[in-house]
Design a protein around this ligand. Structure first.
Ligand SMILES: [Zn+2]
Length: 174
């Protein structure tokens, strides 16, 4: 994706205070997405314990960054934060996952996956569950239990992997 395209997306997001159906906070800032050569992407993350303004600001920044980069998910380590946090967007469905845990997973599908931290020429086939039951917290600390199916299940798995230092290129179907 070119810098120009990113800039255009950024302008749209800021001008409309909503982009792709998602509300953008007026104070959100773009964060730099780390490249997969950065060791941070291989580190494990900590649970979030404080559900304060700082967490809200970070999630706002991650949301804006994901939208501007045309991503469908972004995890803490990708913006240099070793916290168990991720944002996910699929269609008009937007989720913020704090301290997510997979409770159940079943089914399997193999599809081509990519990642904002990895050049798209390395996109490849990955097997993922088709149904997940996940427990997570929202930005205010409320515990949520939710089922994700098909592509959403794939994206959520990909983001949770990031929280354990795992990248999709580790899991390519040969
Ligand atoms: Zn990724």
């Amino acid at each position: 994706m070119s810098e120009n395209e990113k800039y255009e997306n950024f302008e749209k997001a800021i001008d409309n205070s909503s982009y792709k159906g998602v509300i953008i906070s007026p104070t959100a800032r773009l964060r730099k997405v780390l490249d997969y050569s950065d060791a941070t992407l291989r580190m494990k993350t900590r649970n979030v314990v404080k559900f304060d303004d700082k967490l809200a600001r970070i999630l706002d920044d991650m949301k804006l960054t994901m939208l501007v980069e045309n991503g469908c998910g972004l995890a803490g380590p990708q913006v240099g934060l070793l916290w168990k946090i991720a944002v996910v967007l699929f269609g008009n469905e937007y989720f913020e996952l704090v301290n997510p845990v997979i409770l159940e997973a079943d089914g399997e599908s193999i599809e081509t996956e990519g990642c904002l931290s990895i050049p798209s020429k390395l996109n490849g086939l990955v097997a993922r569950p088709t149904r997940l039951r996940v427990q997570y917290q929202n930005r205010t600390g409320e515990i949520v239990e939710k089922e994700f199916n098909d592509w959403l299940a794939r994206i959520v798995c990909h983001e949770i992997d990031h929280l354990y230092g795992i990248l999709f290129i580790d899991k390519l179907v040969k």
